[in-house]
Ligand binder design. Structure first.
Ligand code: CP
Ligand code: NVA
Length: 299
């Protein structure tokens, strides 16, 4: 059966834990495999990317395969050729689709029409590859993920949704502080709670961060929301991760950000460049986790 990876909840609990352990093992062994020899992955990106694009392109090469990168700008997608037609054509040439797009429904449409695996490289709703990688970054420091208190401060966005899904599978406690009107999607919260996720939602960053092992934040306006930036800047001011806010967390607390970061907005320069920041390890781990994701799909 063709495996797709559109959200973390496409994995069982066992698969999710195994994926993190495998990524850790591949990181430490510097493993290169022949898993994708003779295979070509097409990356279709309708939004900008540095980390996701590069880590997937390098990961596919480490596994012996090749990649083709395509955007809507220079392809017929930008001239209104439907995604469902593009999916069927790419399936005749290549062995997989890694897609960064807007609505999750576009990915679901691709799955219906493509005959090869589809990977979500970020949508408006979810960023599963990033958050699986973030779970690896926490696991390296604290293998007992279920023992952790994780805070999310800021927008209830695609990253927050994937952290909520991860909380359901890995069992860590997740406290989210989001400004009113910017809370995570209720359906995402309800589904995760139904799977046993320990979630607290509030609009008080101090409450979310208190005694946390990890504090996560992300940009206040995601890609596609640039026109909302001024309004968001006014409403998110109290949600900046600063040294004062961090002082409420455990002394050993680490700060996480998927990057790109906006210094002086969602976190201060001092926090981003300070001793608690593990953002460069997070960025590196994208590579190792992409390999584990590809292995889950293709083996
Ligand atoms: N974190 C992340 O997905 O970064 P890019 O947008 O650069 O891919
Ligand atoms: N929430 C951000 C994540 C970027 C990697 C966005 O969607 O733009």
């Amino acid at each position: 059966m063709t495996k797709h990876f559109l959200t973390i909840l496409d994995l069982t609990r066992d698969e999710a834990f195994a994926m993190v352990r495998r990524a850790d093992e591949m990181k430490r062994a510097g493993q290169r495999l022949d898993l994708l020899r003779g295979k070509t992955m097409v990356l279709v990106f309708e939004k900008a990317s540095t980390r996701t694009r590069l880590s997937f392109e390098v990961a596919v090469r480490h596994l012996g395969g090749s990649t083709i990168f395509m955007t809507d700008r220079e392809s017929q997608l930008g001239r209104s050729e439907p995604l469902k037609d593009t999916a069927r054509v790419i399936s005749r040439y290549a062995d997989g689709l890694i897609v960064r797009t807007f609505g999750q429904e576009k990915l679901e449409e691709l799955v219906r029409y493509a005959s090869v695996p589809v990977v979500n490289a970020l949508s408006d709703q979810f960023h599963p590859c990033q958050v699986m990688s973030d779970c690896l970054t926490m696991y390296e420091r604290t293998p007992d993920l279920a023992s952790l208190k994780v805070a999310w401060v800021g927008d209830g966005n695609n990253m927050a949704h994937s952290f909520i899904n991860a909380a359901a599978l890995f069992g860590f406690e997740l406290r989210l502080a989001c400004p009113r009107g910017f809370e995570p999607d209720e359906a995402v919260v309800k589904r995760a709670k139904g799977l046993g996720a320990r979630l607290t939602l509030c609009d008080d960053p101090a409450l979310a961060v208190k005694d946390a092992d990890y504090v996560n934040t992300d940009v206040w306006a995601s890609m596609g929301q640039e026109h909302e930036f001024d309004d968001r800047l006014r409403k998110f001011g109290a949600f900046q991760v600063s040294e004062e806010l961090l002082a409420l967390a455990k002394p050993t607390c680490k700060v996480m950000h998927c990057l790109p970061a906006h210094r002086g907005e969602e976190l201060t320069e001092a926090v981003l460049e300070g001793p608690a920041s593990i953002v460069w390890d997070q960025a590196e781990n994208r590579l190792h986790m992409q390999k584990a994701i590809l292995e889950w799909i293709y083996s």
